[in-house]
Design a protein around this ligand. Structure first.
Ligand SMILES: [Zn+2]
Length: 140
């Protein structure tokens, strides 16, 4: 059980009160009658499948029943922020990559490997490496 902050209720509520509704910030084609089948198909069916920072539409279905957006790290499941409809996210993949550059941390590619990674995750990776080293030594 974990809690999600609803920006309308301004409270942390149990996860079971919420439902995800897919990718956020999808713009409907301005003139659907005159867009190509490919453009319309992209709008209806195709979604990003990002590893790392992802903006999702959620609904507080057992609560205020309002839609809002969540910025989430799909690699660590960490929820970085929630914000109301019509607002812009404070956290984006680009803003985190900029922050890491300013602080002198080298971000690999777009930074998805290190963005939002919890210290435990890093520690687990390090210990599994050292464990494999131990296994190699034992086999010799
Ligand atoms: Zn709510």
């Amino acid at each position: 059980m974990f809690y999600i902050h609803c920006p309308y209720c301004d409270e942390h509520r149990e996860e079971e009160e919420f439902h995800p509704r897919g990718q956020a910030h999808l713009a409907r084609p301005a003139d659907p009658e005159n867009c190509s089948d490919e453009e319309w198909g992209d709008y209806l069916f195709f979604r990003d499948n990002a590893r790392g920072i992802y903006h999702e539409l959620w609904v507080h279905s057992i609560g205020c029943r309002k839609f809002f957006n969540i910025t989430r790290n799909t690699a660590s499941y960490e929820i970085l922020e929630t914000y109301r409809m019509g607002e812009r996210p404070a956290v984006t993949a680009e803003s985190l990559a900029d922050k890491q550059k300013q602080s002198g941390v080298q971000a690999a590619d777009a930074g998805w490997q290190t963005v939002g990674a919890r210290p435990e995750t890093v520690a687990l990776n390090e210990s599994s490496e050292s464990r494999s080293r131990v296994n190699k030594e034992e086999s010799v």
